[in-house]
Structures are given as structure tokens and as C-alpha cells.
Design a binder for this molecule. Structure first.
Ligand SMILES: Cc1cc2nc3c(=O)[nH]c(=O)nc-3n(C[C@H](O)[C@H](O)[C@H](O)COP(=O)(O)OP(=O)(O)OC[C@H]3O[C@@H](n4cnc5c(N)ncnc54)[C@H](O)[C@@H]3O)c2cc1C
Ligand SMILES: C=Cc1c2[nH]c(c1C)Cc1[nH]c(c(CCC(=O)O)c1C)Cc1[nH]c(c(C)c1CCC(=O)O)Cc1[nH]c(c(C)c1C=C)C2
Length: 531
């Protein structure tokens, strides 16, 4: 987000706080658009990539296995994914791109019913029948049939919880408790009963406000599409990207048209391949430097219209015309001095997710549940406080090379069987206790073993033979509370009051959404506003 501001003067200095994918993308695009501008990226840790963290273990001498400790897939439909793939192409790394076909088993998803049975999310008449016959189907059929006749709120309200919105539209709370609460676990690690409907279900909220109901709105939208088969168009942000970055418009349109039909994509050696490629390109760019292992402790205006950053090491970086912050509101609140700003930033809580990675060579324990994975809705008793499980080995074995010259994915080449999965726990369940409530690694490993045995009948003996790793991602996912959009508008005003156009905000909490594509697109758009 950049307040309405002028372009950077020639030979300006810009600082970027954070070398996650948001900060690296912003720096990359700005360095391309304005090679005269000096850019300093300040990163607290010694590694770059932020929550994107593709680590490696060696299960046999010389055989490296990628273990994802953060994101691993990108949704194809997001315009930001087109940007990511096109940047990888410009860096001659298109061969690293893999995709999952819509009809692939890796695009199936399961939900855990209250009776601890895994039920596939419908993608065919048979799976629809099975789903509706399960406890998860309660209230869905009647809710959908009556949805078009249920009125919206008597008064236009600014915001409400996603739970209230869904429950009003379906005329019962079962659909939220059984289905939508699981999706909110799988994206926000959050509690649907506390998250903003406007921020997370904006398109649905707009349909109710404008068309009176979701079904009416979707029918109207479909009919309008039937009216005129329009030529495929590039979204505005991609058109701007093509022009400013001198990318072939037809090629971009073809790329975007192809990507938006793909449910998800991944990268060889993990998603970290993208931030790594950005960091290498930046390190080979004149006027750009990355300072790693030294946190920004505070920043502010230095009186001459410039801004400065104080580092944890005691060093001070001065003479900046613009500072880009790409951290969560809680982290930023520790860097500012203004009490009102601190108070406003501290209103946003970020949930902690505990990731438990499991790998076992030579045997496929996932067997009849081959899919992307499963999510646990709030209607399940869920004593382990499990949010969901991703079946990485199923995803990897179904990856197809995005370009013809691309090699089959290592998992496919191997053709051997193996089990790789990532369980995610805690999230909003930890909120009552905070970080002090985090348990030790063996507690989480045992919780996942119990859950996998109960949900998938995987034997404890097999689970005991595998490799386990536990990674607490502390305060990683900002929670979009009810009224978040109004909060963000107020925060933007406060930043302009305090820093004019000298500071901008990027990253999960301030842009279009929490996903990598959103953060990368925000980075491009805001770099373009300055350039
Ligand atoms: C468990 C998990 C799973 C996810 N899965 C997906 C997925 O499947 N698909 C998807 O699209 N998205 C996913 N996401 C979201 C994705 O990780 C984020 O969108 C993306 O990584 C955000 O990047 P960022 O640069 O905005 O922030 P971050 O990655 O948080 O980077 C911020 C950087 O700032 C640094 N920093 C912090 N404090 C300071 C300081 N004081 N000074 C200097 N540097 C500092 C940090 O070390 C970090 O490197 C997932 C996130 C999590 C946590
Ligand atoms: C079980 C917990 C979690 C899983 N992923 C995340 C959590 C907290 C985090 C996360 N996952 C995605 C995003 C980006 C969302 C976006 O706006 O792009 C984030 C922040 C991706 C994602 N996760 C699911 C879907 C349908 C998507 C979007 C498509 C994609 O990018 O692949 C649902 C889902 N998440 C998890 C599982 C096991 C699951 C479905 C079975 C893990």
C-alpha cells in the first residue's frame, strides 16, 4: 500500500525491512523499474525467504528430501502467480515450475467429520452423494435451496463474522461449523467465529448486498457471461506489469489464461526456489544490497525529510527517501515511537501455527486417501487441536512439468513409494494461552501420531519408523478481525500523518490477502507507484 504520492526523485535511496517474498519482490520490481534508485534490504535472520522455508534432510547418503516448513503451493488463478511464473521465466528458471491438473487426485480434498471419518469434498455426483449422506452434509442441501429466499441484514452493516454471514445465508450454523470453519483453518489458522466476513468473503458479501442473495447473484453473473463471449483479457495489474516491465502482452495473456485453469503450482526443490531466485538477482544488481542477520529495531524521520533505520547491532542506516515495511503489525509496532500508532498496530493478533513434518521412505501410508490433504472443521472434537494435514508426497507424485523442456518431478522420476506429509496444529486454539501455551516437540509428534492413526488407520509402528520435524511458526498469520478493513484505512491515515509518503506497508496484513501471489502482486503494484 502506497499513499497517493509522487514518484521517487532520481538516485533516491530506499530501504526494505524484511527479505521475505514480499520484501524481495518489492525490491526486485523497483530495481528493474528504477535502476538509478539505491535499495537496501534489511533482514533480521541470516536466511532470506521469510515463512517460505524449503529445508532439506538426507534420508539416505546422497539422497536429499525437501521438507516444506511453510507454503508449498500457489493457486493458479491468482494474477500474482502469473507474475511469479513470468519472473522465473525471465530468470531462466521456468523449468523449476510444476503444476497439478484439475482432475488430479492431488486436487481432491477431504474434511474430517464429527465422527472422525474422512469425507471427500464433492467433485462428482458420487462424492456429492457420499458427502450429503455424511454428518458434514447436515443443513447444506436445505440451506442452499432456501438461500435465494433469505433476506440480507435489515441495515447495511459495516462488517460481521464470517460465521454469522454464512449461517445467515444458509439458515443454519451447521454449514459454517462443518465446512467453512475448516477452510478458515486451512488458510488463516483462524476461528471463523472471529474473522471478518468482509475481508475474507468479500465477493460473497457483495453479492448479498447487491443481488440480495448468493444464488441470485451467481445466476445473474452466469447469465451475463452467456450474453457476450468476450475476448480473454489480462487483469489490469498484469497489463501494467507487461507494459512497465516490457513483457510481451500476448505471451502474458497466454500464460495467465493457462495458469488460471490450474488449481495449484509448485517449484522443484520447494517454493523457496522463488525467493532464492529473487535474492540472487538482487545480489547481482548494482545499487542493491541485502543486509542479513541484523534486525531493524526502529525507524523514523530524520528531520531533513529523509528517514533512517536503527539496527539491533547498533548500526544506523540513514538518508532514505522511502522505507518499505513488510512485517506483521505486531513486529512493526516494536519499530515505531508514536503511541497512537503502536496502539493501532497492536490491535492485530497473528496466529501461531505448529508444523509437524513426517517422512518415511519406501512405503506409501496415505494409500486410499490420496489427495491434497484434509482439514479439520470446528464441529470435530479435535482433542489434538489439529488444523489440517497436507499430503506432500501425493502432490509431488502428481506434479507435471509446466514447460515441455521441464524434467519430470524428482518424485515422479524416483517412481518409488514414500510418505511425506505436513500436519498443522494450534492456530486460534492457542490464543487462550499465547506462546506460553506451546508444548514441546514430542507432544506435537505424539498428537499427530494419534490423529493419523485414528483418522487414517496408519499403524503406530510405521509412524515410529519415519523422520519427524517440528517447526513452531510463531505469530505467522495475521488475523483479520471484524472491522479489519476500517482498521486498515485508519492505520493508513496514521502512517501518512506520521511519515507522509516516506513509508509504505507490504506483506500479508496490508494487501489483498495472505497468500504468496497476493503479497508479490502488492510488491509490484507499490513499486510501480514509486517508480
Ligand atoms: C504455515 C503457513 C503456510 C502457508 N501456506 C501458504 C500456501 O500454501 N500458499 C500461499 O500462497 N501462501 C501460504 N502462506 C502464506 C505465505 O507464507 C505468505 O504470504 C508469505 O510468505 C508472506 O511473505 P512476506 O514477505 O509478506 O512476510 P514474511 O515471510 O513474514 O517475511 C518477513 C521477513 O521480515 C523479517 N523480519 C521480521 N522482523 C524484522 C525486523 N525487525 N527487521 C528486519 N527484518 C525483519 C523476517 O525474518 C522475514 O524474513 C502460508 C503461511 C504459513 C505461515
Ligand atoms: C491446515 C492449515 C493450513 C494449511 N495451509 C495454511 C494453513 C494455516 C496456510 C495457507 N494455505 C494457503 C494459503 C494462501 C491462501 C490464498 O489466499 O492464496 C495460506 C495462507 C493455500 C490454500 N490452502 C487451502 C487452499 C484451498 C488454499 C488455496 C489454494 C492454494 O494456494 O493451494 C486449504 C488447505 N490448507 C491446508 C490444507 C491441508 C488444506 C486443504 C485440505 C494446510
Amino acid at each position: 500500500m502506497i499513499p497517493q504520492c509522487g514518484k521517487l526523485a532520481a538516485n533516491s535511496n530506499v530501504a526494505v525491512v524484511g527479505a521475505g517474498v514480499g520484501g524481495l519482490s518489492f525490491a526486485f520490481f523497483l530495481s528493474k523499474l528504477r535502476p538509478d534508485v539505491s535499495i537496501t534490504v534489511v533482514e533480521a535472520s541470516k536466511r532470506q525467504g521469510g515463512w517460505i522455508n524449503s529445508s532439506k534432510i538426507e534420508d539416505k547418503p546422497g539422497h536429499a528430501v525437501v521438507i516444506e516448513k511453510g507454503p508449498r503451493t500457489l493457486r493458479g488463478v491468482a494474477p500474482g502467480t502469473t507474475l511469479i511464473i513470468d519472473v522465473l521465466k525471465s530468470l531462466n528458471q521456468e523449468n523449476a515450475v510444476y503444476y497439478i491438473e484439475s482432475k488430479s487426485e492431488a486436487n481432491r480434498k477431504f474434511l474430517l467429520a464429527p465422527n472422525d471419518k474422512l469425507v471427500q469434498v464433492p467433485n462428482s455426483p458420487r462424492t456429492f452423494y457420499n458427502f450429503m449422506s455424511s454428518p458434514l452434509g447436515k443443513g447444506f442441501g436445505s440451506g442452499l435451496l432456501g438461500e435465494a429466499f433469505r433476506k440480507g441484514p435489515s441495515h447495511k452493516q459495516s462488517d460481521e463474522t464470517a460465521h454469522n454471514f454464512i449461517s445467515r445465508r444458509f439458515g443454519n450454523e451447521h454449514v459454517s461449523n462443518n465446512i467453512f470453519s475448516a477452510l478458515f483453518h486451512g488458510i488463516y489458522a483462524g476461528d471463523i467465529k472471529k474473522i471478518s466476513a468482509k475481508r475474507t468473503l468479500g465477493a460473497m458479501v457483495e453479492l448479498e448486498q447487491k443481488q440480495g442473495s448468493l444464488v441470485k447473484g451467481m445466476i445473474k453473473k452466469s447469465l451475463s457471461k452467456l450474453g457476450g463471449v468476450s475476448e480473454p483479457q489480462l487483469p489490469g495489474s498484469l497489463r501494467e506489469y507487461g507494459i512497465l516491465m516490457d513483457r510481451d502482452a500476448d505471451g502474458l495473456l497466454e500464460l495467465h489464461s493457462r495458469l488460471k485453469k490450474l488449481p495449484m503450482l509448485g517449484l522443484q526443490n520447494g517454493l523457496e526456489t522463488f525467493p532464492k531466485a529473487l535474492a540472487i538477482a538482487l545480489e547481482n544488481t548494482p545499487n542493491v544490497r541485502i543486509v542479513s542477520g541484523d534486525a531493524s529495531s526502529r525507524f523514523g524521520m530524520s528531520g531533513d525529510g529523509k528517514s533512517e533505520i536503527h539496527l539491533a547491532s547498533g548500526a544506523k542506516l540513514t538518508n532514505f527517501h522511502h522505507i518499505r515495511l513488510t512485517n506483521t503489525p505486531g513486529v512493526i509496532s516494536k519499530m515505531v515511537q508514536n503511541k497512537n500508532l503502536i496502539h493501532q498496530l497492536q490491535k492485530v493478533h497473528s496466529n501461531t501455527v505448529v508444523l509437524v513434518n513426517f517422512y518415511l521412505a519406501d512405503v506409501d501410508l496415505i494409500d486410499s486417501y490420496h489427495s491434497f490433504g484434509y482439514l479439520v472443521p470446528q464441529s470435530n472434537r479435535n482433542e489434538e487441536r489439529l488444523l489440517g494435514v497436507i499430503f506432500d508426497s501425493v502432490i509431488e507424485r502428481n506434479f507435471k512439468p509446466f514447460v515441455e523442456s521441464g524434467e519430470p518431478h524428482a518424485a515422479v522420476r524416483q517412481d518409488g513409494k514414500y510418505t511425506k506429509l505436513t500436519a498443522m496444529l494450534e492456530g486460534h486454539y492457542l490464543n487462550g494461552e499465547g506462546l506460553a501455551g506451546l508444548k514441546d516437540n514430542s507432544f506435537y509428534i505424539n498428537s499427530v501420531k494419534r490423529a493419523l492413526s485414528r483418522h487414517m488407520a496408519i499403524s503406530q509402528e510405521a509412524l515410529n519408523r519415519g523422520i519427524w520435524q517440528v517447526t513452531p511458526a510463531k505469530e505467522c498469520l495475521p488475523q483479520f478481525f471484524v472491522g479489519y478493513d476500517d482498521w486498515l484505512a485508519q492505520l493508513r491515515e496514521q502512517f501518512v500523518e506520521n511519515y507522509g509518503s516516506h513509508v509504505s506497508l507490504g506483506g500479508m496484513a496490508f494487501g489483498k490477502g495472505p497468500g504468496v501471489p497476493d503479497v508479490v502482486m502488492d510488491g509490484f503494484e507499490d513499486a510501480a507507484k514509486l517508480a
